[in-house]
Write a protein that binds this ligand. Structure first.
Ligand code: GDD
Length: 387
């Protein structure tokens, strides 16, 4: 049960809805009185069946990955996109064994593939994603892994794709994210929808002293600068963006294939910056060249906290640099905005300009053809069919 969306702000053809909260994780026994959004179980099953959940993984603890997979409702396809090491220890081989044993027990549908499998490099040569290849292989980076996940979901005919990180220690959170995705798509009734999760609290499992933050360090800076940039442009102050770096988010395949993507940790803020650039800045309402319909972006706060792996300050500074680079180098990067970005980065010891995002275009790809090629020649892609 979710609060009914009330307020949204329009930016050209994009409607960004203000944050709404999950009110009950399960509506078992609900008779239907409140002004809330609830979905009946059959409808949710229908949406779950048409959703693929992509789990990016890079050298995570196997038990954590297993917990996340166990949380994804049975009828959704799980796509594990791994960038884990192959040597000196072949951690990918362990992940494949794990997935095989999960399938043996549950018979659920799962695909596991390796991001640096040279077959992807071959298959993407000559396409608009050629930029994603370096030395014959797909570049490493979370965004690049997510793009392979989108192509796989599209090739298998899924209508919706959601992302859930593999370093989530609480399977209950991952389950709630998946249920929020299905409910969000049902609620949106839109071909071009995106559901972005805000966790109520976030903590890292570094020591016994867990401190539950309401907002992540990178997210709070990216959000305040993105809101500032939008406010300057529109000349109406806004604080509508509350999920700038949301790793946990989902979107319709129709939207995923039309918008542009970025690599590494620039991926999540760039999704918003790209849609704003393509469908709002300098355009009349309804003039978005890639999508004639409304794009609806929902921001939904889960009940479970997000407890994940600790990576250290350098990782945070890196993520911030890539995130702010997406705004800095966009049409939103007015002088005052650039100044704020430089100040924010200086606090993390970064004095150079943030990096320009690597931008990828999926619009001319034929996912089915790409996947057919990959599955027929790769020995590293494993598809375990649902039974
Ligand atoms: N396939 C693939 N390829 N997976 C990767 C790669 C890669 O190159 N790099 C990281 N991952 C996986 C990790 O194993 C993890 O499951 C997930 O992507 C997120 O990576 P982390 O390194 O744990 O990122 P984080 O937890 O600091 O940041 C997360 O949350 C941010 C918002 O708070 C990420 O999801 C960010 O993208 C997000 O902005």
């Amino acid at each position: 049960m979710i609060e009914s969306p009330r307020k949204f702000e329009g930016f050209g053809s994009i409607n960004i809805f203000d944050l709404i909260r999950v009110l009950e994780i399960d509506t078992l026994g609900y008779k239907g009185f409140g002004e809330v959004f609830t979905a009946n179980k059959d409808l949710l099953i229908d949406y779950a069946t048409r959703t693929a959940i992509v789990i990016p993984v890079k050298d995570e603890e196997l038990l954590t990955l297993e917990g996340v997979i166990s949380a994804i409702p049975h009828v959704s396809l799980v796509i594990v996109v791994s960038a884990s090491s192959r040597e000196p220890v072949d951690r990918y081989a362990d992940e494949v064994d794990l997935v095989r044993s999960i399938h043996r027990n549950t018979r659920r549908g799962i695909i596991i593939l390796h991001q640096q499998d040279p077959v992807w490099g071959e298959a993407l040569k000559g396409t608009s994603l050629e930029k994603m290849i370096s030395g014959g292989k797909v570049r490493s980076g979370k965004g690049e892994g997510m793009i392979l996940g989108i192509l796989t979901a599209a090739a298998f005919g899924y209508k919706y794709v959601g992302f859930i990180d593999s370093d989530n220690y609480v399977p209950g959170s991952a389950y709630e994210y998946a249920m929020i995705y299905y409910s969000g798509f049902l609620m949106s009734e839109s071909k071009y929808a995106m559901i972005r999760i805000k966790w109520p609290y976030k903590g890292k499992l570094a020591s016994s002293d867990i401190y539950l933050r309401k907002r992540g360090r990178v997210s709070s800076i990216t959000e305040s600068i993105l809101n500032y940039a939008l406010s300057l442009y529109r000349k109406y102050e806004t604080d509508i963006i509350k999920t700038a770096n949301s790793g946990e988010h989902a979107l319709t395949i129709d939207l995923a294939l039309k918008m542009k993507w970025s690599g590494g940790f620039a991926v999540e803020p760039y999704e918003l910056v790209n849609l704003i650039e393509m469908c709002y800045l300098g355009l009349e309402d309804g003039d978005c060249p890639i999508i004639s319909d409304k794009i609806k972006i929902y921001q939904i706060e889960s009940r479970n906290p997000h407890i994940h792996a600790e990576r250290g300050d350098e990782h945070i500074a890196d993520m911030l640099n890539f995130s702010l680079g997406t705004i800095y180098h966009s049409k939103l990067g007015l002088d005052q905005v650039k100044e704020r970005i430089r100040k924010a980065l200086e606090e993390y010891g970064i004095r150079d300009e943030p990096p320009r995002p690597r931008i990828y275009d999926l619009s001319d790809l034929e996912p089915t053809k790409v996947l057919e090629k990959i599955i027929s020649i790769s020995s590293d892609v494993h598809y375990f069919e649902p039974k």
